[in-house]
Design a protein around this ligand. Structure first.
Ligand code: ADP
Length: 472
C-alpha cells in the first residue's frame, strides 16, 4: 500500500510538472516567434513602400531593424533578389552574397522557421513583397537568441526539482503514517484473534478504525459469540447426555442391588424387578437411538438425500404406522389434504420429523381426544399442520421445547417414554430443509405445530448466492 501510494503520487507529480514546463516552453516559443514575425512584416512593408529595394529604402527602416534586433537579442539581414546582402544589423556581411537553402526557399514563396536548441537560437525568413506586382523582391533573414526562454525553462526545472523533492519527502512521510494508521487496527485484531485461538480470552474487544474495518471487527466479534454459544451448548449437551444416560443406569443398579441384598427372593419379586430393569434398559436404548439420530442430523446438510416425494403418501404412511398407539389411547387420527403435494425433500429425515410431531400429539393428548394433520401448499412452500386436543404447553415453555432434553413435565414425559430429543430432531430437519416450524398452544385446550418447507430444496451454497443477490 505504501509503495502504491508513493509510486502513483510521485508519477502524477512528475508528469504534472513535466507537462507544465514543456507547455511553458511551447507557449513562450510560439509567442516569441509570432511577435517577431509581426514586427518582421512591418519592417518588410516599410522597406518596400516605394516599390524599390535599395540601400536607401533599407536605410529608412534601419532604425526599426536595429531596435528589433536589440530588443530580441538577435540579428537581421536583408537580401535583394540577387541574394546580395544589403543590410546586416551586425554590419559584418553587407555586400556579400548569401546562398542558403532557407533564403532560396523564401524566394520561392515558403517562409522558413528553424529552431536550434543546442546553439540556442531561432532563425526565420520572411519575403519582401512588391506592393503592386506582388513579386518577391527580397528577403528578411532574422535570427534570435532563445536564451531568455531556455533560461526561464531551466529556472522552472530547478524550482520544480526542489519543490518535487520536498513534495516527495512529505508524501513518503504521509504515506508511511497513513499506512501505519490504516493497518494498526488489523494488528490489534490479529493479536485479539491469536489470543482467542490460544485460549487466553473468550471475547473480543471492539477495536476502532475506519468503517469497513469496524464491520470486519463486528463480524469477528459475532463469530466469537457464536463460537462461545456453540461451546457452551456443547458442554451443556454433554452434561445433559451424561445425566440422561446415567438415570436409567442408576435405577438398574438400585434394582439389582436390592435383589442381591436379599437372601431369599421369591420368583414373583425377581420377575417384578426384572420387568422394571427391562423397562430401564429399553429407555436407555431409546435415548441412545434418539441421540444417534440427532448426531447424524448435526453433520453437514451436504448429506441430504433429496428426491421428489409425494407428501400426501408420506403423511398417510406415518398416520398408518401410529394408528395402533392412537387407538390404545382412544385418540382419533384425521388427515386433511387440500391438494396433492410433491416436494423435493429428504424422505427419511422428514418422515422422522413429522412422526415426532404426530407421536407427541398422541402422547400428550387426553383420553378420546383427536389429532388433525393437514397438508397444503402454495407456489413456493408446502405446509403441514399438526393439531391436537391435548394438554397443551405452558406459554413460558413454548420457546424451550425445541431445546435438546427439554421436557415440560419430566415425570409425565418419562411415563410416556419421552427423551426430550424429539422436537429438537424435528427442528433440525426442518432447518436443514430451509423451512420453519412454529408452535401455538393453550394449556388444557391443545397444541398446533405448523411446518413450512420450500417445495424445491436449495443447497445452502445456492441459497447464499441468491440471498446476496436479493440484498443487492
Ligand atoms: P419428548 O421425548 O419428551 O416428547 P420432545 O422434544 O418431543 O420430547 O418434546 C419436548 C416437550 O414438549 C415434551 O416433553 C412435552 O412436554 C412438550 N410437548 C411436545 N409436543 C407436545 C404436544 N403436542 N402437546 C403438549 N406438549 C407437548
Amino acid at each position: 500500500m505504501f509503495l502504491v501510494i508513493t509510486v502513483i503520487s510521485t508519477l502524477i507529480m512528475v508528469i504534472y510538472l513535466g507537462t507544465l514546463i514543456s507547455t511553458y516552453d511551447e507557449r513562450a516559443y510560439a509567442f516569441k516567434v509570432s511577435e517577431i514575425q509581426g514586427y518582421g512584416n512591418v519592417i518588410a512593408n516599410k522597406i518596400i513602400t516605394n516599390g524599390i529595394l535599395s540601400a536607401a529604402s533599407v536605410a529608412d527602416a534601419s532604425a526599426e531593424m536595429s531596435a528589433l534586433a536589440e530588443i530580441y537579442d538577435g540579428r537581421i539581414i536583408v537580401v535583394d533578389d540577387n541574394l546580395k546582402i544589403i543590410k546586416d544589423t551586425y554590419g559584418l556581411e553587407e555586400g556579400k552574397t548569401l546562398i542558403s537553402e532557407e533564403t532560396i526557399l523564401t524566394f520561392r514563396g515558403t517562409n522558413s522557421l528553424y529552431r536550434n536548441n543546442e546553439e540556442r537560437y531561432v532563425e526565420l525568413t520572411l519575403p519582401i513583397i512588391h506592393p503592386t506586382t506582388k513579386n518577391i523582391t527580397g528577403a528578411l533573414i532574422m535570427s534570435f537568441s532563445l536564451d531568455s526562454i531556455l533560461n526561464m525553462e531551466k529556472n522552472l526545472r530547478d524550482t520544480a526539482g526542489v519543490v518535487g523533492t520536498l513534495v516527495f519527502i512529505v508524501l513518503v512521510v504521509f504515506a508511511a503514517i497513513y499506512v501505519r494508521w490504516l493497518v494498526r487496527p488489523f494488528r490489534r485484531l490479529k493479536v485479539s484473534m491469536d489470543n482467542f485461538t490460544d485460549g487466553y480470552i473468550d471475547t473480543v474487544k471492539s477495536v476502532h478504525g475506519f468503517t469497513e474495518f469496524e464491520a470486519v471487527n463486528d463480524s469477528f466479534a459475532r463469530m466469537i459469540e457464536r463460537a462461545n454459544a456453540l461451546e457452551s451448548s456443547r458442554q451443556e449437551f454433554v452434561s445433559n447426555v451424561s445425566h440422561e444416560l446415567k438415570t436409567p443406569m442408576t435405577s438398574i443398579k438400585v434394582l439389582a442391588d436390592s435383589l442381591l441384598s436379599q437372601e431369599e427372593v421369591s420368583n414373583e419379586l425377581y420377575r417384578e424387578f426384572m420387568v422394571d430393569i427391562n423397562e430401564e434398559i429399553e429407555r436407555e436404548n431409546k435415548i441412545i437411538n434418539d441421540l444417534l439420530s440427532l448426531v447424524k442430523l448435526d453433520k453437514k446438510s451436504g448429506e441430504m438425500n433429496i428426491t421428489n416425494v409425494n407428501m400426501n403418501e408420506m403423511i398417510e404412511q406415518i398416520l398408518k404406522r401410529l394408528q395402533p398407539i392412537a387407538e390404545q389411547k382412544g385418540v382419533e387420527l384425521v388427515f386433511e389434504s387440500f391438494r396433492n403435494v410433491v416436494a423435493g425433500v429428504d424422505e427419511v429425515k422428514l418422515s422422522l420429523a413429522l412422526t415426532n410431531l404426530v407421536e407427541n400429539a398422541i402422547k400428550y393428548n387426553v383420553e378420546d381426544g383427536w389429532v388433525r394433520v393437514s397438508l397444503n401448499a402454495d407456489h413456493k412452500y408446502f405446509f403441514v399442520k399438526v393439531s391436537d386436543s391435548g394438554i397443551g404447553i405452558p406459554k413460558e415453555a413454548q420457546d424451550l421445547i425445541f431445546d435438546r432434553f427439554y421436557r415440560v413435565d419430566k415425570a409425565r414425559s418419562r411415563g410416556t417414554g419421552g427423551t426430550g430429543l424429539g422436537l429438537s430432531i424435528t427442528k433440525n430437519v426442518v432447518i436443514m430443509h430451509k423451512g420453519a416450524i412454529k408452535v401455538f398452544s393453550k394449556e388444557n385446550e391443545g397444541t398446533t405445530f405448523t411446518v413450512r418447507i420450500p417445495l424445491n430444496y436449495r443447497s445452502p451454497i445456492e441459497g447464499e448466492v441468491e440471498e446476496a443477490q436479493d440484498e443487492e
